[in-house]
Structure formats: C-alpha cells, structure tokens
Design a protein around this ligand. Structure first.
Ligand SMILES: [Zn+2]
Length: 145
C-alpha cells in the first residue's frame, strides 16, 4: 500500500491544501452571489407577472434564470470536488490514483488539486465506453441475462 506521505512532501501537501482552501473560499463567494442573483430574478419575475409584463421579458428572464441555475450547478459540483479533495487529505489518501493506486505526480496536482487520477488513468477513464465502468449499468447488465 502506497501512502501519500511517500508521494508528497508536507510542504507540497500544504501548498495544495492552501490552493484548495483558496478555491473553496472563491467558490462559496460565487455561490452566494449566484443564489442572490437567482433570488432577485425570481422575485422580480413574480412582481412583473403580477403587473402583467410582456411575455418577451418573462422569456428573457427565464433564460437568465436558467443560466444562473446552470452556474449554481457548476459551482456546487466543483465545490463538492474540492471538499472531497480535503476529505481525502484528512484520510491520508490524497494524491493517490483511485484506479491504479500509484501516487499522482505533484505537477498534475498543482495544476488540478482535485485530481483523483494520474494522467494516464484519467485518459483511459475518459476513453472508456460509456456503459463500462458505471456500477449501475454493470449491475443491471448482470441481471438482464
Ligand atoms: Zn492511475
């Protein structure tokens, strides 16, 4: 079993943790802003509907709302990945590839502190057929025959 300690020096680990903390702080801010925007949009939409605004305006606002919703989704999923990375640090499994178990090279982690695979495994992971590797699909395929 390869431990994180062999792969990353405490200084490297500290720098990565700092990078993730920084990213998290930014994301929380972004999320708060997006929610505020969503709140404002929903509220103004309610008022305008009440006042009988043109449908075109409502359509534009709905588009805006979808855009904000998409942004919220994106920020939340990115937040989740950052939190996962911190959790992996806590459990001392950070910086180890989930597929091959080898340490992820520091330059890759520095570029993407939330990485869970080394580049080779990531490439293989992204190139895999879509219905392979998904536990649910594999399980259901098992039950069909
Ligand atoms: Zn790997």
């Amino acid at each position: 079993m390869i431990s994180t300690v062999e792969a990353l020096s405490p200084a490297d680990m500290g720098a990565l943790r700092k990078a993730i903390d920084h990213e998290l702080a930014g994301l929380f801010q972004e999320l708060a802003m997006a929610w505020q925007e969503m709140h404002d949009l929903t509220r103004s939409q309610g008022q305008e509907n009440w006042l009988g605004t043109h449908l075109a305006d409502v359509g534009a606002e709905m588009e805006q709302q979808q855009e904000v919703a998409a942004r919220i989704n994106w920020v939340e999923s990115w937040l989740g990945q950052c939190k996962d990375a911190l959790a992996r640090m806590e459990m001392s499994v950070y910086g180890v590839c989930v597929d091959c178990g080898l340490p992820i090279p520091f330059p890759r982690l520095r570029a993407l502190p939330t990485a869970v695979r080394d580049i080779e495994c990531q490439r293989r992971f992204e190139a895999r057929p879509k219905d392979e590797g998904c536990a649910d699909c594999l399980m259901s395929a098992r039950f069909v025959g």
